[in-house]
Design a binder for this molecule. Structure first.
Ligand code: AMP
Length: 500
């Protein structure tokens, strides 16, 4: 028995129905994909890998990259995908820290990565986005039959390193059950079936594109239009063939920027899901106005997979991330006790989705994962009487000014509504008198400029004095990472000297 392989990858592997539609017109069926995974698993084990070994991979998005993930599950190996933007130095840390026995990189980087692999004591193999490289060659000559290695649900299936905006990135250890339980829960919650075709433009080194989008499709036995990255023209061209899309908020704002994105284009769609970063309530409303669809926002993280979701049927409440998923418990804590509806605190979650701890970091694990299974997410939020959760920000983004707590989100929501403002980010920077003071960074609406008279008036009326931004900055765009998250650490550094 190997729950993850059997119930996720193996469930539909005997069917000839399409699994991947590629931009060049190729179609890979569920059966073909099963064979690719079998060949890849043979190639991996022929190289001497044994269950529990880690396989690190910094490779472009491709069917072969997904087959590597499936092959690891099938052979009982721990899959460790890495952001393709990482430099050789950064990759060196992950490969060494994880103790990976095999490191798979793009053939174009094999020169610099040979050093990395050597220093880490890992074997190097290559795999390109168009399916070439040493691992592809080994797989091509291997049989497609593979005796799936027995695993238990508690065995590790993947390491995902957190983005590490503060301190060293940590390797979140995810078990077979962590991945499987969440995939099955989400597929049911979002009504995924064999008839679904998911428009997939997310990276597959992150939980969103790999575990949410791909696993849900696999469990349901549906198909994906598998695009290498987000390209507006390609998204518009492919949309009429899809039934569902998952994206980060920037996908939605970019689609809305295109006049060709309209009701007719999405007539065939049944679901749009957003997550990984906050979706502005305004984007939610603009999307509904344009398309008639209500975006379904959900909330999760590397360590926990998905925790909450707006309902498939029922109210998808703009500005909230919905209610806890079936089987997931959620509570809001402040000063060691659970707070009531509407009160702000740190979000904690518990359930089969919650990871097994940080690799080689028992102290960090103990700080964030309580012995009774509650995980301290580090996100601040509130929960309404009827269970909807609103994220107020990351705990580390909280501003403490003159001893008062300031939640940046409260200021940002007010600023976003002002004339001439597209969006905003508020960060705390050192201040000689107050400890910290809020700096508001504004992005103007297209062709407009922030109306500072209106902004000052709204701030004066709407916010207590200590929350007023001590300074405003106007920028063309906010710094974001590949998942569309605003990098507040970059803004804090940029304006660190603002108050001398
Ligand atoms: P990552 O581990 O890279 O997936 O980042 C997880 C973090 O992204 C969470 O802890 C939240 O701070 C944030 N996040 C994810 N989904 C949402 C959402 N729908 N709204 C607001 N923040 C989100």
């Amino acid at each position: 028995m190997n729950p993850l392989y059997d119930r996720l990858f193996g469930r539909h592997a005997a069917r000839d129905a399409p699994f991947l539609h590629l931009p060049d017109g190729r179609v890979i069926s569920h059966r073909d994909f099963g064979h690719m995974a079998g060949r890849m698993a043979n190639a991996l084990t022929a190289g001497g890998l044994v269950p529990g070994d880690r396989v690190a991979a910094q490779i472009d998005k491709s069917p072969e990259a997904l087959a590597l993930y499936a092959a690891c599950a099938r052979a009982g190996l721990v899959f460790l995908p890495l952001n393709t933007a990482y430099t050789a130095d950064e990759v060196g840390y992950f490969v060494t820290d994880s103790g990976a026995r095999l490191f798979v990189c793009d053939p174009g980087r094999s020169g610099e990565m040979a050093e990395v692999a050597k220093a880490a004591g890992a074997t190097l193999a290559t795999l390109s986005g168009d399916g070439r490289g040493s691992l592809a060659e080994d797989a091509a000559s291997a049989p497609s039959e593979f005796a799936t290695v027995a695993r238990a649900g508690g065995d590790l299936a993947a390491f995902l390193y957190t983005s590490g905006t503060t301190g060293r990135s940590k390797g979140a250890m995810l078990s077979q059950d962590n991945l499987l339980s969440n995939a099955e829960t989400l597929a049911a919650a979002w009504h995924f079936t064999e008839g679904d075709v998911l428009l997939h433009a997310l990276p597959i080194f992150h939980t969103h594109g790999l575990f949410v989008a791909t696993n849900v499709t696999l469990v349901a036995g549906g198909a994906m239009i598998f695009l290498p990255k987000f390209d507006l023209g390609e998204m518009i061209a492919q949309m009429p063939r899809a039934t569902a899309m998952m994206g980060v908020p920037t996908f939605y704002t970019r689609l809305l920027d295109d006049a060709g994105f309209d009701r007719d284009l999405v007539a065939h769609m049944r679901l749009f899901v957003s997550g990984s970063a906050p979706l502005l309530a305004e984007t939610h409303r603009a999307f509904t106005e344009r398309t008639g669809h209500r975006i379904l926002e959900r909330y999760g993280m590397t360590e926990t997979n998905m925790n909450t979701s707006n309902p498939y049927e029922g109210e998808r409440r703009a500005g909230t991330v919905g209610q806890p998923l079936p089987g997931v418990e959620l509570r809001i804590m402040e000063g060691g006790t659970e707070v009531g509806p509407g009160e702000t605190g740190t979000i904690e979650v518990r359930g089969p989705n919650v990871f097994q701890g940080y690799w080689n970091m028992p102290e960090k694990t103990a700080e964030e994962l309580r012995p009774d299974g509650w995980f301290i997410t580090g996100d601040l939020g509130t929960q309404s009487e009827d269970g909807y959760v609103t994220i107020v920000g990351r705990g580390k983004d909280l501003i403490i000014s003159g001893g008062f707590n300031i939640y940046p989100k409260e200021i940002e929501l007010l600023l976003d509504d002002q004339p001439g403002v597209l969006e905003s980010a508020v960060v705390g920077v050192p201040h000689p008198d107050f400890g910290e003071s809020p700096v508001a960074v504004l992005v103007p609406a297209p062709g407009a400029a922030p109306d500072f008279d209106a902004i000052r008036a709204a701030v004066k009326d709407g916010l207590a004095r200590f929350k007023h931004p001590a300074r405003y900055e106007v920028v063309d765009e906010l710094p974001r990472n590949t998942m569309g998250k605003v990098q507040k650490n970059v803004l804090r550094d940029r304006y660190a000297g603002a108050f001398g």
